[in-house]
Design a protein around this ligand. Structure first.
Ligand code: CTP
Length: 407
């Protein structure tokens, strides 16, 4: 799909630079031409010779190479590509970009380019979480740069958390999406995620233990394949992914309204842990303690958003995916839930405390479709999301795009 595309790949100085070698190989396999630029720090991790050998092109390493300046110049180099990819994008490179520094070839190219830029950040988890990096990230996203990753996991420095560079194939998918070539380009997909908060009074609420991690990973994976993602999220523990339209809500009723406003869509994935009940008698002012008298809460049933969208007369998405969080008889309950809610697929998981899935980094799911039940091995939530997104792309490939003019 990348045949004929020209990519300028800037390799920053981080241990993840070794993955840039595999990335070059994957890109060339897909027919892209890769012009590599290696920063001075990058060349401490991979050699110009290996980069050049894999790219099949000369490596650019120094701004003040007079021959190249005469032959091509950094301005032309920065503009002759269809996309500029920075992998790994180190904390230092991101800081330079956010502040407009141009003191070596890589940063000068990034300043001089009029081409879209995709960053694949990689750094120690503390460096990623540092307010300075997060400020720079916000600036760069505001400037319209695209980002893929970083992923969470064990890091070369021995710590655990976000900061690991996206895998080469994830970067390839993000490149496809940036070039408008992803398998989900042109498809709108609604993703609900996180818990809902149902107020008791202005300061108290009923909630559940959902972290929003699985829904967030699904939204990220769908966006990476090129989908226009409307991400309707309750108050989650994890930040929303880049590159999606975020619609923050608190209650189930607000979630329903946001989902209805986002229709029509080609697919909808209901990963949210929606509260089944709200407090019917929610108080407009704080409930005060009253000399030994206990308050009584009355509940009302919340609308079932998944069932409602599955039964929608005119705007039912071509593919509706629900989740089933169960603690026993997972497959039997989830199979019954698929029929009861009228959705196409159910992603079922066991959320018993012993599994550590709710709020944890991994998931072990069963995909229940009209054809039967598939057991997926336990894996990271992003890996589950990537696999599900790929399946959704295959399923939607055969469908007509939703008529967004009906919105
Ligand atoms: N769901 C929804 N709206 C609700 C409740 C659930 O859209 N009011 C969706 C969830 O996002 C999920 C699926 O329905 O995709 C199943 O949620 P779950 O809580 O497992 O099912 P319930 O219908 O609440 O059934 P039960 O609690 O009896 O297991």
């Amino acid at each position: 799909m990348l045949a004929g595309k020209r990519l300028l790949l800037i390799i920053g100085g981080g241990i993840a630079a070794y993955k840039a070698l595999d990335l070059i190989r994957r890109l060339r396999e897909r027919g892209a031409a890769v012009t590599p630029v290696l920063t001075r720090a990058g060349s401490e991790f991979v050699t110009p010779l290996s980069v050049a050998a894999l790219a099949g092109e000369k490596v650019f390493t120094d701004l003040f190479d007079l021959t190249d300046e005469a032959e091509m110049g950094h301005i032309q180099l920065s503009r002759s590509a269809d996309l500029v990819v920075v992998a790994p994008a180190t904390a230092d490179l991101m800081a330079k970009m956010a502040h407009g520094h141009a003191n070596d070839l890589a940063s000068t190219l990034l300043m001089a380019t009029d081409t879209q830029v995709l960053l694949a950040p990689a750094m120690n988890v503390r460096m990623w979480d540092h307010p300075a990096t997060q400020r720079n990230l916000a600036t760069l996203l505001g400037d319209g740069l695209r980002i893929v990753g970083p992923n969470s996991g064990d890091m070369a420095c021995g710590e655990y958390g976000p900061g690991r560079m996206a895998e080469p194939l994830e970067i390839v998918a993000a490149i496809d999406a940036a070039l408008g070539q992803g398998p989900l380009t042109g498809k709108r997909i609604i993703v609900t995620s996180g818990p809902t908060h149902e107020p008791i009074d202005p300061v108290r609420y009923i909630a559940n233990r959902s972290s929003g991690a699985q829904g967030t990973a699904i939204a990220r994976a769908l966006a990476a394949l090129g989908a226009e993602v409307v991400f309707v999220t309750g108050p989650a523990d994890v930040p929303p992914p880049a590159g999606v339209r975020v619609v923050p809500i608190e209650t189930a009723q607000q979630m329903l309204q946001a989902v209805e406003e986002a229709l029509p869509a080609d697919a909808a994935v209901f990963a949210a842990a929606v509260a089944d009940w709200r407090v019917a008698s929610a108080s407009g002012s704080k409930i005060k303690k009253d000399a030994g008298r206990l308050p009584t809460l009355e509940f009302a049933e919340n609308p079932d958003i998944l069932a409602g969208v599955s039964a929608h007369a005119t705007k039912r998405p071509a593919l509706v995916v629900g989740f089933a969080a169960e603690t026993d008889d997972v497959i039997a309950h989830a199979t019954a839930k698929r029929a009861r809610k009228g959705c196409d697929w159910i992603v079922a998981n066991d959320v018993s405390p012993a599994t550590g899935i709710m709020g944890g980094a991994e998931n072990a799911v069963h995909l229940i479709t009209p054809e039967g039940c598939e057991d997926w091995p336990r894996m990271g939530k992003q890996a589950v999301a990537d696999k599900l997104a790929a399946r959704i792309a295959t399923a939607l490939a055969a469908t007509q795009p939703a008529d967004k003019t009906k919105a």
